[in-house]
Structures are given as structure tokens and as C-alpha cells.
Ligand binder design. Structure first.
Ligand code: SER
Length: 839
């Protein structure tokens, strides 16, 4: 018996032959032949004489995928003759070289490649197992994500001091990176390295007295980065490059320059040095930029460009993406290059398993049909904690094992989005039968996973603040976040792009009160659906139990996940009902509505307690991003200290919420009303502060004071918390030059942003597109609608930004006017409130 290869002797085809040999032993004679005429990566298997099979393909990857298919068919005694080809050109998996915490003295995304931080990177047996797995899924790309990988992987002439790792680690990194790319290539997998802009290696930044993350290029940062790209292409000519043109780097002009004159120019210099005649592929993210304004210029200087945009932001919410994000996808996919759908961080699915193949199939179809994508780029479910799963288990579960169905479903539909439902169901029940031992178990488990998987997308898209990983959905939400999301910087794209048309809670309450017709998906509809789906899922998983004959321990974990999803759904359902009652009370002023809200709130707490109990021994944490960038329901940890990452840590928060709500209902019942009495509110304490230099003038924030140096607009009414503080004012119509202040203690600078999207007004930074925004704090207002100002100025929200003692330059991101209304010590307790002025 033999395997004969004709027309190629590449390592990839040798790998294909090896895999085939292991799988079929001496069962068959096989000829693997390269022949023109088949689709890219496609293959044909023909059964010639008995026991002789001809496998043809037009390229090495086609032979590889054909060999894998043939091996499977021979092992399962299925008919051998077939032909197939993938629908999506790029099918990629992601590994984050990222952590759940921020390193001391560093900023977000800054993790050098070292054995301490990323042991798996140095483990050849890990790579061999993982890359075999990726290859078995017929995925052909592996994206590695990091903030600034170059200073771990190349030495840049003239910038030797920029290297971030020791010489030993550097040598090891180079060896491993070559090893990984070579081993990946054998398996038909192309490695792509991602990086953010404008990030610098820390030793380089320190040497030049710069921050590691810059909002605009400097001559030395441009020169270094260009040369780093050159060295990277020279050293690793077959690795793809994936720039993210933000988050730190601001402004389209800066980003256009950075792509065309720094990154692409550096790559072209590298091509010359490496003797490459073909441009290495570059995959550009649409995140934190508007690529529509940059691609035309980029295509003038470089042809081999791919583009990538997020499918549903940083969550999984709908297979009907629409709105502005759909437009971004369509603008990219109509450029003619290959456009990739990025299933990014799954902030609403974490930490549970997700095996809803029915939902996943529709998402892949939507990527193709609604967005025009030809590629898929799939994140792991627990991105920041690769490679371990979040379950409490000894030894830890590996994500590729635990989440096999997650990977297999996306990869299967990226190869072919159109499997018909009947044969598809047969496929999945057979896969689940292999795992759990019986077809009966498999049928029920599949139903449970599909139904459970309908809940999280619905909950977030109808009730959430954001699809970004600023929100961890499984940890619940505060009632106030449901009733009055405007305090928490709600991200409109969540319901305008990443959701079918429908009504938010506020809109629904208003329309109901006014007897107006409803439109699209409504909150009560979602409440009913998540209760029904999670109930069906629990019934199905319970029915499966008696039939399970294999992998009982894992089955019990799956079952617990389904229970958790039910508890989470009921927690949200009751809380959404409570919110609707509170919103109705806003119109009716009928205390019965508040009493009813209280009942729902008490029930939602019971479900939360149940969830905390179910997860207590099952999970290490609810989410893998545990830093202070996480804001909803509450902030994560700072300075590398984890906090608020487990349900049990938040039980008392929700208990206090219920107690406070109870008090509120009692106040209303006793006739004291619900309006806030401002007479008891004191001014926040003043910190001593001096403006240094001639930018900005100090003034007292009080009735009649002008808020700009060059305008009349005077204060008509001001919240008592800030009345009497010392503000700093600037000319409204001149660009802001950073003001410098001298302070004796750590302070909060109270910055007022006007609530208007007009370009005249500076916007507070968004964690959705700028993960470093939380560096100074101040990503949510502490005092909403704080001042009413003459001249029809928009309402003003106050944000508190942290600064250390000493001389401080107040560099605020963005452009346009804003005001500073005070400086207070960080020891001051700033109680969040809506002061209701100017609205
Ligand atoms: N929000 C970040 C990004 O989109 C990290 O996932 O790149």
C-alpha cells in the first residue's frame, strides 16, 4: 500500500501524506496530484480501482484538506468519492498575547513576549497540538494579538536600546516565532501579527522622554516604527501584518500618515532587503479609525491590502447586523479586496460555553450576505486568559478542549455556510454522540445548547449599555443602569447596529404610557423569550442526563452552564420588569408602580444569588478582562489588583441596591416624595491649585460667571457640589493648548464636556475605541447636567480625571471646546448624581 505524491514536494503536502498514512494505515493506495482547474483550496477525491484513490487539487492546501477528508471518510467507512472547496477565503483563529491584568508601570496591551507572561508561546508541544487542531478545523490563518510585538521579536539598527526583553529571551523569541510560522505553514496556516498604534517599547519611550502610547507621531517614533516594520519583514518575510491604526493615535490625518508613510513604507523597505517581489499581505482593522477615509490613499501605495471589521462589536448579539456598522463593512467589502468579519471578544457570552450552532450558522451567513465578508476572524471565548478556560478544574481545562464546539461550528460554516438543516443536525448529533456516548443524549444536549445560546444575545442587545468589553453581562446590571443608562455612556451602536430594530426600555415605557404603537423587538417580548428559551434548555439538558455514558464530568459542567444561563436570564427578566415599573412610575406617580418594581427587584436578587451559588465552585471568574476598563455593572481592578470579577463579590452590591430601593419606596409612601432635596448637598472640597504659564485663567464657578475667556455665555444655574469651586477658562474659538497646573496633592480635575456631537465640542473619551481612556479615570460623568449656561449651550456633564501631585499638563484627547469647573482632592467622595440643569 502506498501514498504517491505528484506535482508538489512542499512540507505542507508531506504533512498531508503523513496525516493520511497515520489515519488509513495500509487500507488504501492513494495518489495525491496537483492539477489545474479546481477552486482555491478545493479538492476532488475519486475512487479508481478497488483500494486506489486519486486526490487532486490545484494547490497544496487543497491536497491537505482533501487528505484530511479522505482520512475521515476511510476511518468512518463512508463513500470516498467527493469534491469540496471553501466558501470563505480566510478562516482564522486568534490567540491574544494579553493578560487579565495590566502590568505595573505599563498601559493596556503592553505585554512583552517573555516565558513568565506567556509560557505557552515557548512550548513546542502546545504548538504542535494547537496547530494540528486549527488545521483539523480547516482554518488557514492564525492571528497573534499584542500591543507592540516588535521590541520582543526584532532588533532595530540604531535603536538597540528599544529591545524590551533580555538577549536570551530575544533569541528564544526569534527561534520560537520561526518555529511557529514554519509549523503553521506546514498545516496550511498563515500567521498574522497584530499591533496597535501608536505604541512604543517602554525602553524606547523612556530613552526619549515619551509616553509609551502617543496620540500623534513624533519624528523619532515614526523613524523607529518604520524601521521596526522593515526588520520584521526582513526577518519574517512570510508573516502577515495587521495594524490597528488606533486606539491611542488620534485623527485621520495622523492615522493616514502612520499607515502610508510609516507602516507600508517600512514594509516596502523590508521587501527590498529581503529580496521579495510580492507585497506581504497587510490586514487593516477598521477599529478606532474611519478606514473609508484612508483606504483610497493606502491603495495608491500598496495593493495587497485586506480589511477587517467587528461582526457584533465585542459581543455576540444578532445575525441581523445593520446601521452604521453594516455600512462600514459594506464600504470595505465593496473595495474589492478580501474583507474579514471579526468575531471579537465575547463580552456577553463569557464565561460560559457556547455551542449554539444554529445561531452561529446564521451569523456566518450574515457575514457573507449582509456584510460582504470573505473571511472570518474568530476570537476565543476567554480571550485575555489564553490558553486556559475559566472553569475551576484540576488540571485546568484548555480552551480548545472545552470550547471545541465554538471553534468547530464557526470553522464549519466558514467553509460552507449553507449546510442544510437536516444533514447539519445529523452532523452535530453524531459529533455529540462521540463525546457523550449516546444519540439520545446528543439530541437533547444539542437542543439545550441551541436554546441556551439564544439568551445572551437577546439580553445584551435589548438591555445592555454597550457591546464592548466595558460591560460584563454575566455579572448583572444595576437597576439604575437599566432605568437611566445615560449616566453610563450607553453606546448607541449596540441597539442601532448590533440588534434588530426595536425599543429600549425607556422608549417602550413612554410609548405604552402614551398609548402609541410599538415597533420591532420590545422589552417584554425579550423577557418572555429569554424565560422560554432558558426553560427549554434546562428541560433538554436534564433529559439528556440519563443517556450520558461518556465524559460525565464535562456533561455536568455543561449542565451547570445551562442552569447558570437560566439564572442569569431570570435575573435580567425580573430586573427589566422592575425597570419598566420604575419608568412607568415616572409618568404615573402612582406608588403602586414602585411597589411592583420592588417585588421584581427582590426576585431578581434571588436569581442573582442562585447564579452566585451555581458559579461559586464552577468558575474562577466571570470575565477575563478584569481591569478598571471594565465599568458595567461596576469597575474592575486597578494597578494589577483584580476586583469585582466573581458573582459572589457583587451579591452585597445588589443587596444594598434592594435596601436603598426599599427606603425610596417608603419615602414615597410616607409622602416625602421622590425629588432630590438639594439643601443638604455641600460643595465638594477645593484642592489648592495654581495655573502655571499663560494658558487658561482661573475663575470662580458661580451664577453670572462666564465659562469661556472669549464669550459672554454666563452661568445661570449651577449644582451645589461645584458652586464656588475654582475653574479654569479658555477661549472657545481657539484650539486648546494644554494648560499646566501645580497641585500639592493627588487631585481630580473636573472637566465639563457639553452633551452634543457637534464638532465644536470636545467628546469625552470612549472605552469602545480607546482602551487607555480609563488611564486618568473619567469615562463616565460624576455629575450630569451640572450647569445651565446662557446662550443655549448644550447641557454640561462633569467628569473627574485623576492627576498626581506636582506640576501636571492637562492633555485631553480630541478636539473642540470644553470647560474645567474645579480641582478637588482625590480624597473627596464624589457622589454621582444628575443635577438636572440646562436640560
Ligand atoms: N477593544 C480592543 C480592540 O478592539 C480590544 O479588544 O482592539
Amino acid at each position: 500500500m502506498s501514498i504517491v505524491v505528484e506535482g508538489s514536494s512542499s512540507p505542507r503536502v508531506r504533512y498531508a501524506a503523513e496525516r493520511l498514512k497515520v489515519a488509513i494505515g495500509d487500507k488504501l493506495n492513494v495518489t495525491l496530484r496537483i492539477a489545474p482547474g479546481l477552486a482555491r483550496e478545493g479538492y476532488r477525491i475519486e475512487s479508481r480501482e478497488p483500494k486506489h484513490v486519486l486526490l487532486t487539487a490545484s494547490d497544496d492546501s487543497g491536497l491537505l484538506y482533501g487528505a484530511l477528508d479522505l482520512a475521515r471518510r476511510a476511518q468512518n467507512d463512508q463513500p470516498l468519492a467527493t469534491h469540496d472547496a471553501p466558501v470563505f477565503t480566510l478562516r482564522g483563529a486568534v490567540i491574544g498575547l494579553q493578560k487579565t491584568f495590566i502590568l505595573p508601570g505599563r498601559k493596556v496591551y503592553e505585554y512583552p513576549y517573555t516565558p513568565e507572561l506567556f509560557p505557552f508561546f515557548y512550548d513546542k508541544s502546545f504548538w504542535s497540538e494547537y496547530l494540528d487542531y486549527v488545521c483539523d478545523q480547516r482554518m488557514n490563518v492564525l492571528f497573534l494579538w499584542n500591543g507592540h510585538p516588535f521590541s520582543s521579536l526584532v532588533k532595530v539598527p540604531g535603536y538597540e536600546y528599544a529591545l524590551e526583553v533580555t538577549e536570551d529571551v530575544f533569541r528564544h523569541n526569534v527561534e520560537m516565532f520561526h518555529h511557529i510560522t514554519k509549523e503553521a505553514d506546514r498545516r496550511g496556516v498563515w500567521v498574522v501579527q497584530n499591533f496597535y498604534s501608536l505604541l512604543l517599547p517602554k525602553p524606547f519611550a523612556d530613552h526619549h522622554g515619551l509616553q509609551t502610547q502617543l496620540t500623534a507621531p513624533t519624528p523619532e517614533s515614526s523613524d523607529y516604527t518604520r524601521k521596526a516594520l522593515t526588520e520584521f519583514v526582513k526577518e519574517y518575510p512570510h508573516v502577515g501584518i495587521m495594524p490597528c491604526l488606533g486606539e491611542a493615535l488620534q485623527g485621520i490625518d495622523n492615522q493616514r500618515y502612520w499607515l502610508c508613510d510609516v507602516i507600508l513604507s517600512g514594509i516596502k523597505d523590508g521587501m527590498k532587503l529581503a529580496g521579495l517581489t510580492e507585497e506581504p499581505p497587510v490586514v487593516i482593522r477598521t477599529h478606532a479609525t474611519d478606514l473609508r477615509k484612508i483606504m483610497p490613499d493606502a491603495l495608491k501605495v500598496y495593493k495587497n491590502l485586506y480589511t477587517e471589521a467587528k461582526f457584533n462589536g465585542e459581543s455576540l448579539t444578532t445575525h441581523e447586523p445593520r446601521g452604521v456598522r453594516q455600512q462600514v463593512h459594506l464600504a470595505m467589502s465593496t473595495l474589492g479586496s478580501t474583507h474579514v468579519s471579526n468575531v471579537h471578544i465575547l463580552a456577553n457570552l463569557e464565561p460560559f460555553r457556547y455551542g449554539a450552532q444554529r445561531f452561529i450558522q446564521k451569523c456566518v451567513q450574515a457575514s457573507r450576505d449582509r456584510l460582504g465578508c470573505k473571511g472570518l476572524h474568530l476570537y476565543p471565548l476567554a480571550y485575555w486568559a489564553w490558553p486556559d478556560a475559566p472553569d475551576i478544574a484540576s488540571p485546568p481545562l484548555k480552551q480548545i478542549d472545552r470550547d471545541w464546539m465554538w471553534y468547530e461550528a464557526w470553522a464549519r460554516y466558514a467553509w460552507n455556510p449553507d449546510h442544510d438543516p437536516a444533514s447539519d443536525r445529523a452532523y452535530w448529533t453524531s459529533r455529540l454522540t462521540t463525546v457523550y456516548g449516546s444519540p439520545n443524549a446528543a439530541e437533547h444536549i444539542l437542543d439545550a445548547l441551541n436554546d441556551a445560546g439564544e439568551c445572551a444575545p437577546r439580553i445584551l442587545r435589548r438591555f445592555g449599555i454597550t457591546e464592548g468589553n466595558r460591560q460584563t453581562m454575566a455579572l448583572g446590571m444595576l437597576l439604575d443602569q437599566l432605568v437611566d443608562p445615560s449616566k453610563y455612556r450607553p453606546f448607541e451602536e449596540l441597539w442601532e447596529s448590533q440588534s434588530p430594530p426595536g425599543e429600549r426600555l425607556q422608549e417602550y415605557a413612554e410609548r405604552t404610557w402614551k398609548n402609541l404603537p410599538h415597533d420591532g423587538e420590545t422589552p417584554p417580548q425579550i423577557v418572555a423569550e429569554i424565560i422560554a428559551f432558558s426553560d427549554k434548555a434546562v428541560k433538554a439538558i436534564d433529559q439528556a442526563s440519563a443517556f450520558v455514558t461518556r465524559n460525565r464530568e464535562e456533561f455536568e459542567r455543561v449542565r451547570n452552564d445551562v442552569y447558570c444561563i437560566q439564572a442569569m436570564s431570570l435575573n435580567y427578566a425580573e430586573k427589566a420588569n422592575a425597570a419598566l415599573c420604575v419608568l412607568r412610575y415616572g409618568y404615573s406617580k402612582d406608588v403602586k408602580d414602585m411597589r411592583q418594581a420592588r417585588e421584581h427587584l427582590a426576585k431578581s436578587l434571588e436569581h442573582y444569588r442562585a447564579l452566585a451559588k451555581l458559579t461559586d465552585k464552577a468558575y474562577h471568574f466571570a470575565n477575563t478582562m478584569q481591569t478598571s476598563q471594565r465599568r458595567i455593572p461596576v469597575a474592575g481592578g486597578m494597578d494589577g489588583q483584580p476586583a469585582n470579577y466573581h458573582w459572589r463579590q457583587l451579591v452585597s452590591l445588589y443587596e444594598t441596591e434592594l435596601e436603598e430601593f426599599d427606603d425610596r419606596v417608603k419615602r414615597i409612601e410616607s409622602g416625602k416624595g421622590d425629588d432630590i432635596d438639594e439643601t443638604g448637598i455641600k460643595r465638594w472640597p477645593k484642592a489648592s491649585m495654581q495655573v502655571v504659564g499663560d494658558v487658561g485663567e482661573m475663575y470662580e464657578v458661580q451664577f453670572g460667571a462666564a465659562v469661556f475667556a472669549d464669550q459672554e455665555n454666563a452661568i445661570r444655574s449651577v449644582a451645589p457640589e461645584i458652586a464656588g469651586l475654582t475653574g479654569i477658562r479658555f477661549a472657545k474659538d481657539r484650539p486648546y493648548a494644554p494648560v499646566e497646573i501645580e497641585v500639592a496633592e493627588p487631585v481630580y480635575v473636573l472637566v465639563g464636556y457639553f452633551k452634543s456631537k457637534d464638532a465644536a465640542w470636545r467628546q469625552p473619551p470612549d472605552l469602545e475605541t480607546d482602551a487607555d481612556a480609563e488611564d486618568l479615570g473619567g469615562t463616565e460623568p460624576v455629575l450630569q447636567n451640572a450647569i445651565a449656561i446662557d446662550g443655549k449651550l448644550p447641557p454640561l456633564d462633569i467628569y473627574a480625571l485623576r492627576y498626581n501631585a506636582g506640576r501636571q499638563k492637562l492633555e485631553l484627547r480630541g478636539e473642540g471646546a470644553f470647560v474645567i469647573v474645579g480641582v478637588v482632592p482625590q480624597s473627596a467622595a464624589l457622589k454621582k448624581r444628575d443635577a438636572g440643569r440646562g436640560v
